[in-house]
Write a protein that binds this ligand. Structure first.
Ligand SMILES: Nc1ncnc2c1ncn2[C@@H]1O[C@H](COP(=O)(O)OP(=O)(O)O)[C@@H](O)[C@H]1O
Ligand SMILES: [Mg+2]
Length: 358
């Protein structure tokens, strides 16, 4: 008869490539049950439903357990529980991670990336919210259909809007008329955003994606200090000028001790729909080079594609409109890499915090 210890022993050989520890020490193994006729059921609980190594882990578990003498079959069940940083915010207790999307320059596709990243995480079954904190150019209401708009729910609380995949969404553009120009300075912007964070009933979220204002000015700076961020994703295009300003904002976040999740290069290249030729319109390789030099993950390269703009203009983002398209596949891969990095960052922080306590 196979014992629980036998199974746990071999599971210690299965290592999470990103967290660089075995799944038993990581606490991923939630349950092991063994039937009398040798069927072993292993229940794993990962740190994100968007785990990039889900398939590999499942395969490795199956492999090591099936080698134990007496095992007739292996069933692997995988769930996920996104860990919570104790230091998030008292007023947003249900929000486990806040991921900011920032850029140096405007117009590089920051909002497009924020929307598609958030929806890709939701497609991977995470519970997700999207906050448009770009109060100067709140474009999210135009890019993303809202199936149910936000509404007040008594006290001074607001129920956020609902979009595709039950994703919660909130934007200043849903609260103030479109024509009203926003001329607020940083502190006021921060206050407005703080209100959207704290007065909105976000409920339980694995990830809240925040579309920050562009640049390294007042507004993004104050926000980075106001919002309890898990980390920031920087969006750039391959052009030297865009990349230079992106690096400036990257250094700003580093100075503020905000974790850098990684860089996404948008409008990387263009594939001709007629002949399939790849053209690197804005040059190629700069972002990758910079990432290597600074030891920062390059989270993905999103091509310039007419369907990305079209679907943004119609309110039905590409990952919803055509989840099997090459661009959507890149967005889904980016979401996995972001979720993976977030798990690593949270694990590191939890370890430091527990060391401080000890
Ligand atoms: N990869 C892409 N391919 C085609 N068009 C894109 C792509 N990324 C962004 N766009 C388009 O470029 C414009 C600017 O993008 P947006 O996300 O609003 O930028 P930002 O938020 O940085 O100002 C939008 O019209 C958007 O649809
Ligand atoms: Mg924008």
């Amino acid at each position: 008869m196979v014992s629980r210890e036998d199974v746990l022993n071999v599971l210690k050989n299965v290592v999470d490539p990103e967290l660089k520890a075995d799944i038993v020490s990581l606490g991923f193994v939630r349950d092991v049950s063994i039937s009398e006729d040798g069927v072993v059921v292993v229940r794993l609980e990962l740190t994100t439903p968007a785990c990039p190594f889900r398939v590999v882990l499942e395969k490795n578990v199956r492999e090591v357990v099936s080698k134990i003498p007496g095992v007739r079959d292996v069933v692997v069940k995988i769930g996920a529980q996104v860990p919570h940083l104790p230091s998030v915010s008292e007023k947003m207790l249900g929000v486990k991670n806040v991921i900011a999307v920032a850029s140096g320059k405007g117009g590089v596709g920051k909002s497009t990336i924020a929307v598609n990243l958030a929806l890709s995480l939701a497609l991977k079954n995470a519970s997700v919210g999207l906050l448009d904190a770009d109060v100067y150019g709140p474009t999210i209401p135009k890019m993303l259909d809202v199936i149910r708009p936000p509404f007040p729910i008594g006290g001074d609380k607001i129920e956020p809007g609902l979009s595709y995949l039950k994703m919660k969404v909130m934007s200043m553009g849903m609260l103030i008329p479109e024509e009203a120009p926003v001329i607020w300075r940083g502190p006021l912007v921060a206050k407005a955003v703080q209100e959207m964070l704290e007065r909105v009933e976000w409920g339980d979220l694995d990830y809240l994606v925040v579309d920050l204002p562009p640049g390294t000015g007042d507004a993004p700076l104050t926000l980075a200090q106001t919002i309890p961020l898990t980390g920031v994703v920087i969006v750039t295009t391959p052009q030297e000028a865009a990349l230079r300003i992106a690096l400036k904002s990257l250094r700003m976040f580093m100075k503020l001790n905000v974790e850098i999740i990684g860089i996404i290069e948008n409008m990387s290249y263009f594939i001709c729909p007629n002949c399939g030729t790849r053209t690197e319109i804005f040059g190629y390789g700069n972002t990758m080079k910079v990432c290597r030099e600074l030891n920062i993950p390059l989270l993905g390269e999103v091509p310039l594609a007419p369907e990305v703009r079209e679907s943004g203009d119609t309110g039905r983002p590409i990952v919803i409109r055509d989840p099997d398209s090459p661009v959507s596949k890149e967005f889904l891969a980016i979401a996995e890499r972001v979720a993976g990095r977030v798990s690593v960052i949270v694990k590191k922080k939890l370890e430091t915090e527990s060391k401080k306590e000890a």
